[in-house]
Design a protein around this ligand. Structure first.
Ligand SMILES: [Zn+2]
Length: 122
């Protein structure tokens, strides 16, 4: 079942191919301040349905992770990064972390929240 999402002002809209089974709350410095709950997708499972120029990006430290946000309303929208599941960046295996709080008509309370201790892991 496809799910649609949008930022508050709807300058950014997107679709994902399926509902997340879990969402991730990460304790690292940026995730804790952004307040996002992340749902992870492969690039082919994610479709931006608004003009790409509406997406601003914040990069810091290694600059390998692109933290997208809406330039108009400021909502954190989605983050593009290499896969890090092995502990090393895998650039052949990019991932898109979508802020599940932006899903429209979706019961986020019904999805289990997995906590990652990013504050101490990286
Ligand atoms: Zn917006």
């Amino acid at each position: 079942m496809r799910i649609k999402g949008s930022c508050h002002c709807r300058a950014t809209t997107f679709e994902v191919s399926e509902a997340p089974r879990t969402v991730t709350r990460c304790t690292c410095s940026i995730c804790s301040k952004r307040g996002a709950l992340w749902a992870y997708y492969r690039p082919d499972q994610f479709k931006l349905t608004s003009p790409p120029e509406n997406v601003s990006a914040y990069r810091w430290q290694s600059k390998m992770v692109k933290h997208g946000f809406c330039a108009i309303c400021g909502c954190g929208t989605f983050t593009e990064s290499p896969d890090w599941s092995t502990g090393e960046p895998d650039f052949d295996n990019p991932k898109i972390a979508v802020n599940a709080r932006l899903f429209d008509d979706f019961d986020l309370d019904a999805v289990e929240v997995v906590v990652i201790d990013g504050k101490n892991l990286w």
